[in-house]
Design a protein around this ligand. Structure first.
Ligand SMILES: [Mg+2]
Length: 405
């Protein structure tokens, strides 16, 4: 760095006042060897990496097909042509804005390029993920880091409470069990635990969260549940589940969304206690869905029971069962509503990686590659570290809130 002095204007006034020479910090620039690189690709030049004999230049806004965005060009120093480096992106790398981040490793002449804007439609919200690729000195793209984008995350503990009282027709009880099996099946790929209970005069927990999948074939286990066929103590059963099923000792997780699905005809013997147990469930942040079977919607008192049991608003938490097709519609609605609950949660510890985008920036470190994860840990941010081969070195690290990197 050298001091550059500027000359004063040669005006009559300046002659009379010969001074005004301020020091400015600057650096030496070779004024002769400029070279201009041009390309019509959108965003061309957003990131530039210099290697020994050429340059890598990114154009992250280049939309070259319906769902592909961002290209990397190799520009030779001798010529003025820049050629797109061809590579086959993984299927999941949709509109990733490739080249929004690019960094080089001077020691190996490798570079890492990232695309952090891969959208994924998760019902009520769109989640974004990112991916990076190392480009070796021969312009070969190595495997994606991370190897896949995150799935729509749903971490929920779902407890079913089936009305096994004598007022429920046996075919309706079978339909309930089919409903449970279909709903469980549709959540198998997510991080969801289940519990199944039945109630009549007394309540009976068939499976807790910690043994639903570990007690043999879960589908056969549900098939084997026999209707108790006695009186209807719905409030007592809800209280039992709230107090004895949604507990850490039985596998309920503090971070997971808690969901109780009560399937009943709505004619209980202890309806006066329903407001109390509903408040009790509410205090434990248990979201309640009420599914009406049989005469649940033919009698005003029965319908009122469903409203008391269910979380508000009623129209999103009460469903009617008439036939198998209706169950399918409910299953889909439940799936949407449960994710919407999960995605909108703004407190607690649930939002760690769900809203994070990997690769907004990246840097080489001795252990490999470090990628920032914007939006992680409830938008505080963090970073992930991988080997250059794509192995995760550390789990996400929390940065101090407000520290930008
Ligand atoms: Mg009954």
């Amino acid at each position: 760095m050298s001091a550059l002095w500027t000359a004063a204007c040669q005006t009559p006034w300046a002659k009379a006042q010969p001074q005004v020479l301020n020091a400015a910090l600057s650096f030496n620039i070779d004024p002769v060897a400029w070279k201009t690189l041009r390309n019509s690709a959108a965003g061309f030049g957003y990131q530039v990496v210099q290697r020994q004999s050429d340059l890598l230049v990114s154009a992250p806004l280049e939309q070259y097909s319906q769902n592909r965005k961002g290209r990397i060009y190799r520009c030779t120093i001798s010529g003025e042509n820049c050629l797109n480096i061809q590579f086959r992106e993984p299927e999941f790398a949709i509109n990733m804005s490739f080249g929004l981040t690019m960094k080089s490793d001077p020691g190996t002449q490798n570079a890492v390029a990232c695309g952090p804007t891969i959208p994924k439609d998760c019902k009520s919200i769109t989640m974004y993920s990112g991916v990076c690729f190392q480009i070796n000195r021969s312009n070969r793209f190595e495997r994606p880091i991370p190897p896949s984008v995150k799935e729509c995350l749903l971490q929920a503990d779902i407890a079913f409470l089936l009305d096994g009282s004598g007022s429920v027709y046996s075919e309706d009880f079978q339909t309930m069990k089919t409903f449970v099996k279909n709903l469980v099946r549709s959540f198998l790929s997510s991080d969801t635990k289940f519990s199944v209970s039945q109630f009549s005069t007394s309540s009976k927990v068939h499976y807790y969260f910690d043994n639903f999948f570990s007690s043999g074939s879960w589908e056969s286990n549900i098939d084997r549940i026999k209707q108790l066929d006695q009186a209807t103590y719905t409030a007592e059963a809800i209280e039992h589940v709230v107090q004895n099923v949604f507990t850490p000792q039985r596998g309920s997780r503090s971070n997971a969304k808690k969901v109780l699905i009560v399937i009943t005809d709505g004619e209980s013997h202890d309806s006066h206690r329903l407001p109390y147990v509903a408040r009790l469930a509410e205090s434990k942040k248990i979201v309640r869905f009420a599914i009406g079977v049989g005469n649940a919607f033919n009698k005003p008192a029965a319908e009122q029971e469903l409203k008391t049991i269910a979380s508000s608003p009623s129209d999103k938490h009460i469903f009617q069962v008439r036939d198998f097709n209706a169950l399918e519609i409910i299953r889909q609605n439940l799936q949407d509503n449960i994710f919407s609950i999960e995605g909108s949660q703004t407190s607690g510890e649930s939002l760690k990686m769900e809203m994070s985008q990997e690769g907004f920036s990246a840097v080489y470190v001795p252990e490999g590659i470090q990628m920032s994860i914007v939006g992680a840990n409830q938008w505080k941010g963090g970073y992930m570290q991988y080997t250059t081969g794509g192995q995760k070195v550390t789990p996400w690290q929390l940065l101090n809130p407000g520290v930008a990197q």
